[in-house]
Design a protein around this ligand. Structure first.
Ligand SMILES: C[S@@+](CC[C@H](N)C(=O)[O-])C[C@H]1O[C@@H](n2cnc3c(N)ncnc32)[C@H](O)[C@@H]1O
Length: 282
């Protein structure tokens, strides 16, 4: 699919505050799975505001974040300034421009909720060649469907049904994405990878945060961070949407504090199988 630069237009500023974090044990799971020891290089594709790369950079000699959205990269740079990792650099590019945009070799290539935005098979094959021998690709995301829900920690759950109905009233029932509508996925990433040189991928599940409590502002920001509810889609009615979203939250809980269960964190792990070194400068 061709990249549409408007998919997250206006979302970047809401992303860090609005999205629930990945599982705390994600770092350990990746360290173990990819045998990370402080050496080698990380490539984080579709890095957004630096969510994954700024957690993981410390386990590498160098880390490279790639994203086509300039506003996301601005947020990432600001977060990096606060966290002060000396070994991170940023590249504005689409995944389809790999390997040229950010040549290998890499020990680990991550995609945090971003692989589905790319021309997946072609990008997977490019990444395969960019991995060092024994290197790994990891597709990271939240997984709630079909998984056990932890015990409610004592705050009301986010009224997603009402909030999503509000989005539908404003934007219609077909999920929007940029200038068009969201593409329907017909295959899982695992299924798709099985037809690439990666072959059979493994799924690792790391327990999510069972007692995450978030306030109304961060919940509304979460909606604005989604491609299907991004600020640009509301046009001049953006404030009407956010006001009505706050009203829904106020009537669900006047204290404005909600339990967010985003699910466990799922990692689809795919490994470079042969021992042939990846090409390209280091
Ligand atoms: C849901 S955000 C994920 C951000 C971050 N990786 C995370 O885990 O929170 C998806 C990101 O993928 C980026 N993206 C969209 N199409 C892309 C493409 N073709 N190549 C690389 N990144 C892309 C978007 O700009 C956005 O920053």
């Amino acid at each position: 699919m061709a990249y549409d630069p408007s998919i997250y237009r206006g979302s970047a500023a809401h992303y860090r505050i609005g999205r629930p974090p990945y599982a705390p044990q994600l770092d350990d799971a990746l360290r173990e799975a990819a045998a990370l020891d402080g050496a080698g290089r990380l490539l984080d594709v579709g890095c957004g505001p630096g969510t994954l790369i700024l957690r993981l950079a410390r386990y590498f000699h160098e880390a490279v974040g790639v994203d086509p959205d300039g506003d996301m990269l601005l947020e990432a740079r600001a977060a990096a300034d606060a966290a002060d990792p000396a070994n991170v650099r940023w590249v504005q590019a689409v995944a389809e421009d790999l390997p040229l945009a950010a040549p290998g070799p890499y020990r680990l290539v991550t995609f945090g909720q971003s692989f589905h935005w790319t021309d997946e098979s072609r990008v997977a094959e490019a990444v395969y060649d960019m991995l060092e021998p024994g290197g790994m690709m990891a597709l990271v995301g939240h997984a709630a469907a079909g998984r056990p829900v932890p015990r409610n920690p004592g705050a009301p759950p986010i009224p997603h049904a009402e909030l999503e109905a509000l989005v539908t009233r404003f934007l219609g029932s077909t999920r929007r994405a940029g200038l068009g509508t969201a593409a329907l996925r017909t295959r899982t990433a695992q299924d798709l990878l099985s037809d690439t040189r990666f072959g059979q991928a493994e799924v690792v599940v790391v327990p999510g945060i069972p007692d995450l409590i978030r306030d109304s502002d961060s919940i509304v920001a979460g909606y604005l961070s989604m491609s299907w509810s991004a600020p640009h889609l509301y046009g001049s009615r953006l404030h009407q949407f956010t006001d009505q979203a706050h009203q829904i939250l106020d009537s669900a809980d006047p204290d404005g504090m909600f339990w967010d269960w985003a699910g466990d964190t799922e990692i689809v792990v795919a490994r470079r199988r042969n021992g042939v070194a990846a090409e390209g400068p280091t």
